[in-house]
Design a protein around this ligand. Structure first.
Ligand code: GLN
Length: 262
């Protein structure tokens, strides 16, 4: 009798301990995953890409920050965000410095040689920002002229614009650490246009009077989360979490919060 009572007591204590941890299964799932820092999901981003990631006070917020937090919660891991230059994210994930790169990052053939990507959770398209009174009225004007184009270093905008065929060519590219730095160069007349993803382009135009966005013929890019090639277990868990978060409407709600459809 006494031992049974003890056993029950032990079970009750174990159960309430589990309850205290919020969820036993989540905690044990997190501990099984191999991450850069135990119990943590270390995410590299470049937090100058509103509405995907940006600073608000001492916090980094945005679509990617919230989606990554929702994934980390499902995995029983604590999300840690590292704000680094965009062009160091892939190399850092590849080198095992960060678990994931989540930065409005487009899946490209070239990047797939260095990292794996999760299923896509959003899309983007390259936009061209010019001054409202610019003689550049179309992408053709931009390509034919001799204007300098500002890009964020290492982005798909950089890659497309640097091409001789379809872009303006290497000689007319000015590379910046952020879209905002490129826009400062545009407003001061140093460059003729900025090429950047459409949602950050809208945010930059909204924040800087006297600018507008040109229609572009570029194809849609798929944003996904970069994961180290050797960590297939983490990739599988992220994809599972993304599927659940899509199905239950969480991803849709996060995107709608930052990019209202009306
Ligand atoms: N989508 C672009 C890319 O992946 C830009 C991303 C960014 O600047 N954060 O290159």
């Amino acid at each position: 009798m006494k031992t049974i009572a003890r056993k029950i007591m032990a079970m009750v204590i174990a159960a309430s301990f589990c309850f205290g941890l919020a969820s036993c299964s989540k905690a044990s799932k997190g501990s099984k995953l191999n991450t850069v820092a135990a119990g943590k999901l270390t995410m590299a981003t470049n937090a100058q890409f509103k509405p995907y990631e940006y600073h608000e006070g001492d916090k980094i917020i945005g679509i990617d920050a919230e989606i990554a937090k929702a994934i980390a919660d499902k995995l029983g891991l604590e999300l840690v965000i590292e704000d680094v230059p965009f062009d160091s994210i892939i190399a850092g994930v590849q080198a095992g410095k960060y678990d994931i790169g989540c930065a409005g990052m487009t899946v490209t053939e070239d990047r797939l040689k260095s990292v794996n990507f999760s299923t896509s959770y959003a899309t983007g398209i390259q936009s061209i920002i010019v001054k409202e009174d610019s003689p550049i009225k179309s992408i053709d004007d931009l390509l034919k002229g001799d204007y300098k184009v500002g890009v964020q270093s290492g982005t798909t905008g950089d890659i497309y614009m640097s091409e001789e065929d379809g872009g303006v060519g290497e000689g007319r590219i000015d590379r910046y650490n952020s879209g905002n730095d490129a826009v400062i160069a545009l407003t001061s007349g140093k460059i003729g246009a900025v090429c950047i993803d459409n949602e950050p382009a809208k945010s930059l135009v909204a924040a800087n009077p006297g600018l507008k966005i040109l229609e572009t013929p570029y194809t849609e890019e798929k944003y996904a989360i970069a994961v180290n090639k050797s960590n297939e277990a983490l990739l599988a868990e992220i994809n599972k979490a993304l599927e659940e978060l899509t199905k239950d409407g969480t991803i849709g709600k996060i995107i709608e919060k930052y990019i209202p459809s009306k």
